[in-house]
Design a binder for this molecule. Structure first.
Ligand code: BGC
Length: 463
């Protein structure tokens, strides 16, 4: 190997890193497709199997349940099998789960298939951001992990469009089954990924780790520094659960990851993702307008993610989170107010839809991508699998709770108060961000870990 970096080698290496990140981010695409696809299929499934609402809730919820279980097991799996093989396994499950959904012969079979899909998503949702954080150099780490969120939003949007297309023929089996195709592409992609150098070093496979890093960085000096930095961390002998039990600092970072994911879900984002057509119906939209407006929600969610990708490594995480939570609080407050005053006029309807779109922009430019970014940045290497496993598990559990309580809230306290409640939560999250969230822009994972383990307050473990 050359001691001095050649410009050509460095740019080839940069391409290799980007490619690895894009491929791992495809996991996000699968995540989004599966989140988005079900909203358009439920009524058709209900008609074919003649089942009550309760069974539909099970069919919808099985995926989130599977995802929570998959995320909980993914820490162990990706530590044992490695990041790459965990992604391969999840890709295989994606393909099998999607095909089974399309072929389901009974509601029970559909529940089983959605559970398998959920397992795949939980595993991928855990492993992909972890892999990205471990492979991307720190200057572009935020943008790379935001790419993962971008893929989630593309998935949701494509699923909304495909639902719209298949809805004319009522072909729900095609809606659900067709996801096997992107699943197969994802499988092909992850087969080409290099293993994470950090995981290789964790397993004592120094030569392989150095070779992978040399390919990804193309600069021997950088590779040497990174290997030395990671090895220095690995000298502390604990990991995961043990670290959690014995190390107060690690308990803090795990707590932070969990809090971030709870905040992300309690912004209320999935209320809109799962119930958009119903919300649009409640302000007086007809069926076709509901479908199209839902597609616009998906598109807005996608486009606004670019704001985060462009700004995250320049402005930093915290300023973007402040703006995002403020925008979400204001827009949901406005939705609550129009629901309170009545949405009978065309102007009121348009205002409500616009406010909901502004809310989506607020989420997509901030908490959507940044929570995943921060969660994979704040955990120390020895406990990273465990820490991200906990926060991803909480993401799906909170997701399930938000989805399962929305209709009850609407019926219990009414439309206006429900949106006001979510608005108030978003306001609260500005304070939480100020008090506990660190600014991790441009700081190496090793520096973050050093400060965390030195017992610095959470908000100071970054810059
Ligand atoms: C969240 C999902 C949400 C999606 C919307 C993700 O970051 O974890 O729950 O459905 O963003 O784009």
């Amino acid at each position: 190997m050359n001691a001095i970096a050649m410009p050509g080698t460095v740019s080839r290496a940069r391409t290799a890193t980007l490619l690895a990140c894009v491929l791992a981010a495809l996991a996000g695409l699968m995540f989004g497709l599966d989140i988005g696809v079900i909203s358009g299929a439920t009524q058709l499934i209900q008609a074919e199997f003649a089942v009550p609402d309760r069974m539909i809730e099970w069919i919808v919820g099985a995926m989130m349940l599977g995802a929570a279980i998959g995320a909980a097991g993914a820490g162990w799996l990706s530590a044992t099998l490695g990041r790459k093989r965990s992604l391969i396994l999840s890709a295989l499950l994606f393909v099998a789960g999607s095909l089974l959904c399309g072929l389901a012969w009974s509601p029970g079979a559909l529940i089983g298939a959605r559970l398998a899909l959920g397992l795949a998503i939980g595993m991928a949702a855990f492993t992909a951001p972890l892999y990205l954080a471990e492979v991307a150099p720190e200057q572009i780490r935020g943008a790379m992990i935001s790419t993962y969120q971008l893929m989630i939003t593309i998935g949701i949007f494509v699923a909304f469009l495909s639902d719209l297309a298949f809805s004319y023929s009522g072909a729900w089996r095609w809606m659900l089954g067709i996801i096997a195709i992107p699943g197969a592409l994802f499988l092909l992609g992850v087969l080409l990924l290099p293993e994470s150098p950090r995981w290789l070093l964790l397993r004592g496979r120094r030569e392989e780790a150095t070779a992978v890093l040399a390919r990804l960085r193309g600069d021997d000096a950088v590779v040497g520094r990174e290997v030395a930095g990671i090895e220095a961390q690995l000298e502390s002998p604990q990991h995961g659960w043990q670290l959690f039990r014995h190390n107060r600092n690690f308990r803090h970072s795990v707590g932070l990851g969990i809090a971030l994911q709870v905040m992300q879900q309690l912004t209320g984002i999935n209320v809109i993702m799962y119930y958009a057509p119903r919300i649009f119906a409640s302000v007086g939209f007809g069926t076709s307008a509901q479908m199209w407006t839902t597609a616009i929600v998906g598109l807005t969610n996608l486009l606004a993610t670019f704001i985060a990708i462009g700004l995250v490594d320049r402005l930093g995480r915290k300023p973007i989170l402040y703006v995002g939570f403020a925008v979400m609080a204001a827009s949901l407050g406005a939705v609550g107010t129009t629901m309170h005053l009545g949405t009978a006029t065309h102007a009121a309807q348009m205002f409500t839809v616009s406010a909901l779109l502004v809310f989506i922009v607020g989420f997509a430019m901030s908490a959507g991508p940044l929570v995943w970014t921060l969660c994979s940045e704040v955990q120390p290497l020895r406990g990273r699998d465990f820490g991200i496993g906990c926060s991803t598990f909480v993401n799906w559990t909170a997701n399930m709770i938000v989805g399962a309580t929305f209709l009850t809230l609407l019926n219990g306290i009414g439309h206006a108060a429900t949106f006001w409640l979510y608005a108030a939560l978003n306001l609260l999250f500005i304070l939480v961000t100020f008090l506990w969230v660190p600014e991790t822009r441009g700081v190496t994972l090793e520096q973050i870990e050093r400060r965390l383990m030195a017992g610095r307050p959470l908000r100071e473990i970054g810059r």
